[in-house]
Design a protein. Structure first.
Length: 724
């Protein structure tokens, strides 16, 4: 394969600067615009994408450009390159991202042939994690192909979100239009239908077949149209290692509902090890990375342009000047985020910490209304509020939709998509997908399976096992292959009639059924059970204990009594929250239970005798966060307190932290405040949102964070707040 310079000289009519960035060379160009190598005022190298001004006037184009930046921001620096700045509203829109060196996957295969199986597995695990993060943010890529994957020593980077789309959003291209790269489209994309997360999985399968065999599964053999092959033909898998065949065939299933979810693929192929990835890369690929770095001093850069993330104005620049680099320096430079664009016109943009090394803050953060740039300490403006009726359950976000109290709402604008009696729909969300039971009020038919929240219908063949004909099951958990149900039985003897069942989604039958001990309250009603899947275990809580079953067979593994047996309560302990080694639940205390043995590792009692009990805890990034009037952070292995938030507010509930900003969101019911955002690194409140802003005088009863939105809800309303 001919080797050409990845950095080309500027042309006479190129501008000297764009958006305050000094241009130093061309990285690529095409019909849409040009990608430049540029340098910020603080010395940081960036890839700067500009769009032809005449295109900016086309209907919907700026919306697509904003969505490209939003999609990039939704991933983070582990999966793509950090967005440094953007201005989609400029006369000539532009987007600047960290510049990360590495060839595209297509170039890498051209350099040395198909990649080793070990490398392909690592690439697959990392890309599956990237897609999982993208889909959780309510977006789909729609153009995953070998030239949109860059290989760096720290792992692959997913790039070019130019035709990404928000799930459930209106089409930004002409109705019925087919866009994408033919040989890497999904069958539904070829037919002009909705390309959802499952379509990205199909494209991932095609990309990995190319990486492992040197050809795509639908490359247009014998002059045939690749789109016809994608739609109708079996994939061409010649040269594909046997160890990858079954997994990739599953990704390439013609029916979207039968493809594995990104989270399943990440677990099958992972965990991805960034530190070891460079050791799996073939020599020609590493040599190419070395060559690309060696080009930087001759690319027209000012003498003080660094090959690592540039220092800020107050940071010493001792190592900023490029020079001869060892292989280790090459690897560390790429890992450190010197940036990336390997092929013509391909830009990689991404979410990250937002630290621009002393440069001005990012602008144009996509379609979220009311987020944008705000003065420090100012809360975001809520995007929408929708009234609800008797909404006692937490909202469930998936597929660009949030389901709450029998109503499915668009995450984008809160518009109603469909409505059903809440008792007719039982749902849980696993890995960004909804699973459960849908009951047709007209035919009285029940269907179990994966549910498309955009329509309220079961995806693919639905099942209704005879064993459930006379039962009223609660849907308590799912894992992609099975839905776990709890049948509370009738008000009868004190410990009979309660069962847990696993419904096999693909086989449409009950996989196992297990009677469980269930003490009843004075009313005679059976208590509720909550559950979560943790590896091979189904971990459950009822009003007094935590217990675990083998999720595949239903065999009991262990049971741990946490509260007195004579406790008269129907509600279970809080839903289990799991880490790699422990499960946690809360009531008057927080208990940490060893997943392997069922032994209590530690117990945390409420800090105040007046406290009403703990909210459901949150575990993230090796820290457990607890709320019982105050917010505290703990070591999840030992329970040792790490810090306490200084606040005069009475804190009541907590949501998962935003991994992109390092902020934790906490609900309160005091002094007219509804929500506070806490910077966990600085351990301080960075903004507070008033109860008036969400229309709830009493504050939220719960918070749910998903897809760069925070949902604050009580029993009468739900409010969506865009996060930044």
């Amino acid at each position: 394969m001919p080797v050409t310079s990845s950095i080309l000289p500027l042309l006479p009519d190129d501008p000297a600067s764009v958006g305050g960035f000094t241009l130093a060379g061309r990285l690529g160009g095409g019909g849409m615009g040009t990608v430049y190598l540029a340098r910020s005022a603080g010395g940081r190298l960036v890839a700067l994408k500009t769009i032809r001004p005449e295109l900016a006037g086309e209907p919907g184009f700026r919306d697509r450009f904003r969505l490209e930046a939003e999609a990039a921001r939704s991933l983070g620096p582990l999966h793509t390159a950090e967005v440094v700045d953007a201005d989609p509203d400029a006369a000539q829109p532009w987007l600047a991202t960290a510049y990360v060196i590495g060839p595209s996957l297509r170039e890498a295969v051209g350099l040395g042939g198909p990649l080793p199986e070990e490398t392909v597995r690592s690439v697959g695990a990392a890309l599956a994690e990237a897609l999982r993060a993208l889909h959780r943010s309510g977006l789909v890529h729609r153009d995953l192909k070998p030239s949109n994957v860059l290989l760096t020593p720290a792992g692959p980077r997913l790039i070019d979100f130019g035709i990404a789309r928000a799930l459930g959003a209106r089409r930004l291209t002409s109705t019925g239009g087919v866009i994408g790269t033919p040989a890497y489209m999904s069958p539904e994309q070829v037919r002009g239908e909705e390309h959802g997360p499952e379509g990205d999985v199909f494209a991932l399968g095609s990309v990995l077949v190319f990486a492992a065999s040197g050809h795509g599964p639908f490359d247009g053999r014998d002059g045939q149209d690749p789109m016809i092959l994608v739609r109708d033909a079996e994939p061409e898998l010649a040269g594909l290692p046997a160890g990858l065949r079954d997994d990739l065939v599953a990704c390439l299933h013609k029916s979207p509902e039968h493809r594995p979810a990104p989270g399943q693929l990440a677990r099958m192929w992972g965990p991805f090890d960034a530190a070891a990835f460079a050791d799996t890369l073939p020599g020609p690929v590493l040599a190419d990375i070395t060559r690309r770095i060696s080009e930087l001093p001759t690319a027209g850069l000012p003498a003080d342009a660094g090959v690592a993330a540039g220092p800020g104005p107050d940071t010493p620049a001792a190592a900023a000047r490029p020079g001869p680099l060892s292989r280790r320096a090459v690897l560390m430079g790429a890992v450190g985020g010197v940036l990336a664009v390997g092929t013509a016109g391909t830009l990689l943009a991404v979410g990250g910490s937002g630290d621009s090394g002393g440069d001005k803050p990012a602008r144009g953060r996509g379609p979220s209304k009311g987020s944008g740039s705000r003065p420090p300490g100012t809360a975001p403006r809520p995007r929408w509020t929708v009234p609800l009726r008797d909404a006692y359950h937490a909202p469930l976000p998936a597929d660009g939709v949030v389901y709450a109290s029998g109503v499915a709402l668009s995450a984008e604008d809160g518009s109603e998509l469909w409505r059903n009696d809440e008792s007719s729909v039982e749902l849980v969300v696993f890995d960004g997908r909804a699973y459960g039971m849908v009951h047709d009020p007209e035919t009285f038919e029940r269907s179990f399976g994966r549910v498309d929240l955009r329509t309220g219908e079961v995806v693919g063949p639905a099942g209704n096992p005879a064993e459930l004909d006379d039962a009223l099951p609660d849907v308590i958990a799912a894992d992609g292959s099975a839905i776990y149900l709890h049948i509370r039985g009738e008000a009868a003897a004190s410990r009979t009639g309660s069962r847990l069942l696993a419904y096999d989604v693909a086989a449409r039958r009950i996989r196992w059924s297990r009677a469980i001990e269930a003490r009843r309250g004075e009313s005679g009603a059976a208590p509720f059970v909550s559950a979560v899947v943790a590896g091979e275990r189904l971990v459950c809580t009822d009003p007094e204990r935590m217990f675990a079953l083998d999720r595949r067979s239903g065999e009991p593994l262990w049971s741990r009594q946490l509260l007195p047996r004579d406790r008269d309560a129907l509600d279970s302990l809080s839903r289990p929250v799991v880490s790699r080694t422990h499960a946690y639940t809360a009531d008057s205390s927080i208990w940490a239970v060893d997943l392997a043995s069922g032994e209590v590792a530690w117990e945390l009692e409420a800090g105040s005798p007046l406290a009403t009990g703990f909210a459901e805890p949150v575990v993230a990034d090796g820290v457990l966060y607890a709320v019982d009037e105050e917010l505290t952070a703990h070591d999840p292995l030992t329970g040792r307190k790490l810090w306490t938030l200084r606040s005069d507010l009475y804190l009541s509930t907590i949501a998962q932290p935003d991994v992109f900003t390092g902020r934790l969101y906490v609900g309160t019911v005091e002094d007219g405040v509804a929500v506070i955002a806490v910077d966990v690194a600085q351990q301080k409140t960075v903004w507070s949102l008033s109860a008036q802003a969400i229309g709830s005088e009493g504050g939220p009863s719960g918070l749910v964070q998903a897809g760069r939105l925070l949902y604050a809800h009580d029993d009468q309303r739900i409010t969506a707040v865009p996060l930044d």
